[in-house]
Design a protein around this ligand. Structure first.
Ligand SMILES: Nc1ncnc2c1ncn2[C@@H]1O[C@H](COP(=O)(O)OP(=O)(O)O)[C@@H](O)[C@H]1O
Ligand SMILES: O=P(O)(O)OC[C@H](O)CO
Length: 496
């Protein structure tokens, strides 16, 4: 019987289950779109129970459609949208409030307060993060402050907190196992990345009781087994990592300086920095990449909050396209965006600005502007934002990037990939398997159960689909990029 690893990829807008064989090939995939809730401008929430049910559905369907028996599954790896915060009752397993999605800005006021109290540098030194509503810590405080009776119950030890992998492991094990992996823990603003433990001082400043927190585990070990009722057999849950770290692992970026950029709802660029936690001077985050075989490794990360989400806005908000894939043809139907810039700061800007007040803007419209120019400018905005990340990444790390690996839904867009190469002057390497995130989780779990033997074996599985090389003249590149920087500056000035 052919053996497989199963990977669950619970992203912001979709849930996937994937089967991976020993050659590292994806042999089956099942996917569901996930509805988000926007109760107020800037607030993004999700039904955590719905997430759990969607995971159950895709797990069962992927086996059924591929006609693979649960006996053939050697283990499960989980990867997830990070920071998204769920709090639930220990006894009933019921969430006490919607999940607060990473993009959500409810806790902006709490962040301001923490900054005014002068805690910014302490948080940064200990966690590698900046004080921003993006991270889980202030979201937890917001829920405890806003849901009636929540703080009292938390203090009585009746509630549990988890990011999505923690929530899913809890549900998959029938409420037996409350753990997180160290890469997800490093995104909470409550975890000391140097000492590898929850930080009492930070918890006190945030007003979060330690009893809420999961036990921190490595990214590749058996955390527990699925309840038999779920797939008819207890299967080892053997690996977990935040989706961006999993993508770095899935891209076999095992050497210092190896870098990948993921183009999903947001864009996230991570560079492996090995056993060194490098502090950034330009708003990059220092984060845990993974812990495998007792070795903790770090990454530098640049975050763009809105990337593919801007394409979804073209489809669902403006309704000028029917599907994301149409954008390539429409963008190449015009010679250039003719001076139009779209700054898709729908929920503020991440690296290097960390401005949660700025909102989206469109610049440079003339009577001749068509929807093709707007669409092209939106695609270009993903590439401009990513160039800003590369620039600061090179400065802070001291590594010069020759090439960058890419993954995520939007890399199917050849126009975007070519423009990315043009506007950065870098070689862009698109692997054959676009699902680096899910593959990374399968790799992590597979190492723990002996499905694969080593990182070297994993590295040998890499296959490249296409390499994009820069074709734009330096002068044009710099002129276009200057226009982008002006547009960002103007967008921020508008919201001051
Ligand atoms: N051909 C395309 N061109 C541009 N963007 C695309 C294309 N196909 C998908 N996308 C975008 O990619 C995103 C989905 O990527 P995915 O990696 O699945 O995201 P996530 O994991 O954040 O849910 C969507 O926001 C979608 O708009
Ligand atoms: O759902 P994705 O793939 O856009 O990833 C979300 C990130 O993990 C947020 O930090």
């Amino acid at each position: 019987m052919t053996q497989y690893m199963m990977s669950i990829d619970q992203g912001t807008t979709s849930t996937r289950a994937i089967l991976v064989n020993q050659q590292g090939e994806i042999t089956a995939i099942e996917q569901e779109e996930l509805p988000l809730k926007y109760p107020h401008p800037g607030h993004v929430e999700v039904d955590a129970e719905f997430i759990w049910r969607s995971v159950l559905r895709v797990m069962r369907q992927v086996l059924q459609k591929a006609a693979v028996s649960p006996e053939a599954i050697q283990g499960i790896g989980i990867t997830n949208q990070r920071e998204t915060t769920v709090i639930w009752h220990k006894e009933t397993g019921q969430p006490i409030y919607n999940g607060l999605v990473w993009q959500s800005k409810q806790s902006a006021g709490i962040c301001e307060q923490l900054k005014q109290q002068g805690y910014e540098s302490d948080f940064q030194e200990k966690t590698g993060l900046v004080i921003d509503p993006y991270f889980s810590g202030t979201k937890v405080k917001w829920v405890l402050d806003h849901v009636e009776g929540a703080r009292e119950q938390a203090e009585q030890g009746k509630l549990l907190f988890g990011t999505i992998e923690t929530w899913l492991i809890w549900k998959l094990t029938g409420g037996k196992v409350h753990v997180t992996d160290v890469s997800n823990a490093s995104r909470t603003l409550m975890f000391n990345i140097h000492q590898r433990r929850w930080d009492e001082q930070l918890l006190q400043w945030l007003g979060v009781p330690a009893s809420l927190l999961p036990e921190v585990k490595s990214s590749s070990e058996i955390y527990g087994y699925t309840d038999e009722a779920i797939l008819g057999r207890a299967i080892a849950i053997a690996g977990a990592a935040g989706d961006q770290q999993a993508a770095l692992f899935g891209q076999q970026a095992f050497q210092k300086g190896d870098t990948k950029n993921t183009y999903g709802t947001g864009c996230f660029m991570l560079m492996n920095t090995g056993d060194k936690a490098i502090a950034s001077k330009h708003g990059l985050l220092t984060t845990v990449a993974w812990e495998v075989d007792g070795k903790l490794e770090y990454a530098l990360e640049g975050s763009v909050f809105v990337a593919g989400a801007a394409i979804q806005w073209l489809r669902d908000g403006l309704q000028i396209i029917k599907s994301a894939s149409e954008t390539e043809e429409l963008a190449t139907a015009v010679q250039s965006s003719e001076g139009v810039y779209v700054v898709p700061a729908f929920v503020g800007l991440g690296t290097p600005y960390w401005n949660s007040d700025v909102r989206g803007s469109v610049f440079g419209i003339t009577r001749g502007t068509t929807k093709a120019h707007i669409i092209r400018a939106v695609l270009e905005s993903l590439a401009y934002q990513s160039r800003e990340l590369i620039q600061v990444m090179e400065e802070d790390s001291g590594y010069k990037l020759n090439k960058m690996s890419v993954d995520g839904g939007a890399i199917q867009n050849n126009f975007l990939m070519q423009f990315q190469s043009d506007i950065t002057g870098k070689q862009i390497e698109r692997p054959l398997i676009h699902e680096s995130t899910a593959i990374g989780a399968a790799y992590l779990a597979g190492l723990a159960v002996g499905f694969w033997s080593s990182k070297e074996e994993l590295a040998s599985l890499r296959q490249i689909d296409r390499v994009f090389l820069p074709q734009m003249a330096e002068a044009e590149r710099e002129q276009l990029f200057k226009g982008w920087l002006r547009a960002v500056k103007a967008a921020m000035a508008f919201c001051e």
